[in-house]
Design a protein. Sequence first.
Length: 153
Amino acid sequence: MMFDNESLEIYLEIAGTVTQAELPACREQGRLGDYAVAYRIFRNKQGGGFGDPDKHPYAWAAIVYVDGLPLRINSARGDCREWSTLDRIGQWMVDNGFRYWWTRNDLEYVESPLPADTFEAAAGVAVGAVVEEADSVVEAGPGIAVEADPYGG
């Protein structure tokens, strides 16, 4: 499916916008969700110092959840806030109190997806699948030990 920015927002069910300046109040009121989403968009701004839009047609935008609704981050001027790299949007997420976020890219086509049978060869191999009890410790995999369920579940 081919998107433009408007149809992508409909597909992602973005319900509206919020500015960065509004985030602290939303967080204080307990209305801001725990995670955000970095998603790929077609670049709207010509500035930003990352050159020719023909060579760099994409940017990253952010969705945050306020009152459970996905809202796009806008600049103070009302435009979609854009970042040129995942490193930059990731730093913005950290600076704004998000400890984790999702990343999605619905725009760039992957020319060589994994073959359909990629994981079938490994299906018969059960690394760490055998669970052995040794007193109260269960071996869940190579070097991974967890305590057994005290309730027998």
